[in-house]
Design a protein around this ligand. Sequence first.
Ligand SMILES: Nc1ncnc2c1ncn2[C@@H]1O[C@H](COP(=O)(O)OP(=O)(O)OP(=O)(O)O)[C@@H](O)[C@H]1O
Ligand SMILES: O=P(O)(O)OC[C@H]1O[C@H](OP(=O)(O)OP(=O)(O)O)[C@H](O)[C@@H]1O
Length: 208
Amino acid sequence: MSYITLALAKGRTAKSTITLLENTGIQFKDFHEDSRKLVFYDSDKTIKVVFVKAVDVPTYVEKGAADIGIVGKDNILESQADVYEMLDLKLGKCKFVVAGKIGSTLEKKQKLTIASKYPTIAKKFFQKINQPIETVKLNGSVELAPLIGLADYIVDIVETGNTINENGLTILEEIEDISTRLIVNKASFATKSDNIRQFINRLKSVLE
Ligand SMILES: Nc1ncnc2c1ncn2[C@@H]1O[C@H](COP(=O)(O)OP(=O)(O)OP(=O)(O)O)[C@@H](O)[C@H]1O
Ligand SMILES: O=P(O)(O)OC[C@H]1O[C@H](OP(=O)(O)OP(=O)(O)O)[C@H](O)[C@@H]1O
């Protein structure tokens, strides 16, 4: 029997995604939260799951190494991958914002320096408001950048607001809402249409 390969983002949304899949009746007896196994199948062998870093999920799907992927909208937008986005799983909800030091405003100048894990998103946002920027790509602790003079502002994710609050920053502009999405490889959507549609419909039925 043929299976579909699902690239699943490791990290904070992995457990809730597996739970959501199990709610559709798919069983993952081989999945354990503390396991280091990167490949496993559901009990019916209809889905092969490959666990990859969230930022890599769009690449796996675009290149066809996986037929489908489950990953945050942040990584889909940043990668600009040529894939179909089919479903909002309503997990991992947060938003993209521009933040700066408390008391500051989003001031325009000849060139702003923006620190972010998401330089493409940052460039697109500032292009829209006609503000030239230089980006500093960071891989974490982005909130530090304005505090130590590495950047004027940051573009980052906010959920509870705790990280920006505890670091003396404030939201200056909201860019976009983020949540976990299901993406599909364009060729697979044609060649494995029945399996993929069936999988999507199962997910839809538990999301309603
Ligand atoms: N604070 C947050 N609250 C809710 N969802 C978040 C938050 N931060 C990130 N997310 C969402 O969860 C996804 C996975 O986040 P996670 O922190 O595990 O990945 P990551 O930033 O790639 O981690 P790392 O680089 O540390 O491995 C993100 O791509 C985003 O969609
Ligand atoms: O609004 P909050 O609920 O505080 O969440 C926002 C924080 O979560 C993410 O960071 P993450 O935990 O992935 O840490 P890192 O980017 O520093 O690795 C994001 O980059 C923010 O720093």
